[in-house]
Design a binder for this molecule. Structure first.
Ligand code: HEM
Length: 388
């Protein structure tokens, strides 16, 4: 207590601490709309995961070496030799997946509650930029262990840049730092992953939180009819909402450690540019685009495939300006809710088809081969055929 007083006294003698503490008190005391619930914790969950990714990423950087000769060996060294290296590598790998999931859930919540409408259009637009940066984090980080699956998934992923008309070839060369994936690509992905994206995301999150605080959270009132939240109706940000967020933070840590122990990410075989693995698939968050691209064939197929994969992102950016209806309550926005559900279910179905394509699966006791397009074909039962 004495230390606290001497520190605050020291600062108060030199700076205008009233302004700073007044600002913090005002932020902590803010009232949130009465419908604020557990569904409103995904934003802070995303923030928490970003902080965890930054801390574990810095710890990985101490031993990681971004060259084709050393990258894979350095990851093996972190896992086998460094104190708790296996744990923070796993938390970083699982954290990436959970962060993308948290961001998508947060986006879904704000979409269905109509929180992107006036005056929060720019909060949403900054969110879409954050979403793109988050998946680019996943794409660039995936290559860093320099294993077979990452090397070939990056080869296939960067190849799709070539399908963009006019600039495609140049773009693929620019991303790879050459005609094929090499150490140049690894250097580029490393710089983007550890310098450019972290700072970009820090800036974007700062803008996002500032905009969110400036307009407060959306109520369920129609656009133009939102009233300031009365103290007796609103939910106090501190301690009520902060308490919910803290519970979720503890659960998150438990989930991260459990997944790290029970389902560790493999390091895999070192990258070999001369040996192509049989089935190369991207990470789960790229599976919907990967599957969608397969349905576009023929002379202009590649072009229309790229258009089909870009349109959902363009729609996301423009959505607050396209959906001009006044209502926010999901029950009063059947068209927007319907479009959202179709988009969400479509992405899930495409992702699932991408996951099972070119594999064999058993449904209700019957074995099927799922082809390139996700169509199941019954596998002939060899033992029965032999018996007949
Ligand atoms: C690292 C990623 C992100 C972080 C840390 C973050 C953080 C937050 C936080 C803490 C809130 C307060 C309420 C809540 O949690 O629901 C919020 C609100 C909001 N966010 Fe995000 N966000 C992220 C990504 C996104 C994305 C991808 C979108 C949409 C494309 C988005 C759109 C919004 C909107 C529209 C609000 C206002 C919600 C309302 O008024 O009810 N955010 N964000």
């Amino acid at each position: 207590m004495a230390l606290k007083h001497s520190v605050s006294g020291f600062l108060a003698d030199r700076y205008d601490m009233e302004t700073a503490t007044g600002f913090l008190r005002k932020q902590a005391g803010k009232r949130l709309p009465p419908h604020t619930s557990w569904l409103h914790v995904f934003g802070s969950l995303s923030l928490l995961l970003f902080i965890s990714q930054t801390i574990t990423g810095i710890m990985l950087l101490i031993y990681y070496r971004p060259t084709p000769d050393e990258a894979h060996k350095s990851i093996q060294y972190i896992t086998a030799e460094v104190n708790y290296g296996w744990l923070y590598r796993q938390i970083h790998a699982w954290g990436a997946t959970l962060m993308i999931l948290a961001v998508v859930l947060h986006m879904t919540r704000t979409y269905f509650f109509g929180a992107y409408k006036k005056p929060r259009e720019l909060t949403w637009v900054s969110g879409v930029l954050i979403f793109i940066v988050t998946i680019t984090f996943g794409f660039t980080g995936y290559l860093l262990p320099w294993n077979q699956i990452a090397f070939w998934a990056t080869t296939v992923g960067t190849e799709s840049a070539n399908k963009i008309p006019i600039i495609g070839e140049w773009l693929r060369y620019f991303i790879r730092g050459g005609d094929v994936v090499t150490g140049e690509t690894l250097s580029r992905f490393f710089v983007v992953h550890v310098i450019i994206l972290p700072w970009a995301l820090t800036g974007l999150i700062a803008v996002h939180l500032f905009l969110m605080r400036a307009t407060n959270l959306a109520t369920l009132e129609p656009v133009g009819e939102e009233k300031p939240i009365e103290p007796k109706h609103g939910i106090p940000f501190f301690p009520v909402h902060v308490c919910k967020e803290s519970i979720v933070a503890v659960l998150l840590l438990a989930v991260l450690v459990t997944l790290s122990v029970l389902a560790p990410w493999e390091i895999g075989e070192p990258a070999d540019p001369l040996v192509t693995p049989e089935h190369i698939k991207p990470e789960w968050y790229f599976l919907p685009s990967y599957q969608l691209l397969k349905y576009f064939e023929g002379p202009y197929g590649a072009f229309f495939g790229i258009v089909a994969c870009s349109v959902p992102f363009l729609l996301l950016f423009l959505w607050p300006f396209l959906d001009r209806g006044k209502h926010r309550h999901p029950k009063k926005r059947p068209i927007a809710v319907g479009i959202g559900l179709v988009g969400l279910i479509g992405a899930l179905v495409l992702g699932y088809l991408g996951h099972v394509s070119e594999t064999e699966q058993t449904f209700f006791g019957t074995r099927y081969h799922i082809d390139h397009y996700g169509v199941p074909h019954r596998v002939a039962d060899k033992s029965r055929d032999e018996g007949e």
